[in-house]
Write a protein that binds this ligand. Sequence first.
Ligand code: NAD
Length: 370
Amino acid sequence: MRVLVTGGAGFIGSHLADRLLAAGHHVRAFDALDPQVHPSGAPDYLDPAVELVVGDIRDESAVGRALDDIDAVVHLAAVVGVGQSMYEIRRYVDVNSTGCAVLLEQLVERRARIKRLVVASSMSIYGEGQYANSVTGERGLAPNLRPENQLAERRWELETEAGERLVSEPTGEDKPLRPTSVYAVTKRDHEELCLSVGAAYAIPTLALRLFNVYGPRQALSNPYTGVGAIFASRLLNGHAPVAFEDGHQTRDFVHVTDVARAFQLATESTVTGHALNVCTGRPASVIDVANGLASGLGLAIECDVVGRYRAGDIRHCIGDPTRTAEVLGFRAEVEVAHGLGELAQWLSGQEAVDRVDQAMDELRRRGLER
Ligand SMILES: NC(=O)c1ccc[n+]([C@@H]2O[C@H](COP(=O)([O-])OP(=O)(O)OC[C@H]3O[C@@H](n4cnc5c(N)ncnc54)[C@H](O)[C@@H]3O)[C@@H](O)[C@H]2O)c1
């Protein structure tokens, strides 16, 4: 197949390109080489066999040309900083939502040839994860964000109004979507725009809801995205990683090679109309990740647990991998301890500019961190 990967010069896109090439597909990467992600231009890690087309996803004629003679499209191009999206609102809506609309209009015109559309969605569209009530045993709960007065008292875990403690459980795809940032709203747009247009025009389409992706090639000098990369840029400069709240909030860290495999399976599959979690189903706390990276790098740097919080932050979100296993036959394989060790090895050869303090100042000035 001839596959167009938008955002194909990025972290996930380049790993997917490697897999697709190895499977014998032709890969065209369409990418604007956003300077925030690629400060030195086209990345060295991109396989020379990838046909790189530099262009903006909002430019309809460039997108149209890139789609000519293409059989399958994987849409990854996006701006990806959650905190930054809360003040560069228009840019996020423009690149992500409008960019997806431009792609879809061009794709619809060429639907006779296009056999497949796969889009990157995100766990961020869930908002808080799924919970059970520790007192009543009730499961499948979809609570709202923790109230401001609770956070102001530094009580971090979720509670009911009656003060009953809620405990995290794996989040299934049917949990109501409650995006809590502009970035997350635009990722829901990505998913819903692609699935609805795909269904209307009979273009087989899947959306993959990626959990927290980590691994080699993360953009280390981009302080706006990816807790693993943000921690790494601190550690590589001899600074302590900063953990908000008490550092025991949990996420589902899924390795980029697993994610690339999920995208390949989705691209080659014929199933359509689903939004599927790409996750491990296992929790790791923010402190676990910081310590795992520090020890992998041989550094005795402890995480700086700051006891502050950011507007819109969730406490726990772990994915339920069951439906993806049934529909796509996908199960994540890389254990987080192994994956962090491998990431640390790659990091040892990297340089990173630590702009994390600057990014945090931007949030603080706007009252988004308290
Ligand atoms: N990394 C994660 O943890 C994660 C989690 C959930 C979802 N996702 C989604 O996966 C996709 C890929 O993310 P990533 O982590 O590889 O990020 P990335 O920043 O490494 O890759 C995104 C690519 O898109 C390109 N891009 C940005 N603006 C563009 C524009 N206007 N036109 C064309 N290209 C443009 C960038 O240059 C970059 O190469 C994104 O859609 C993101 O929302 C990522």
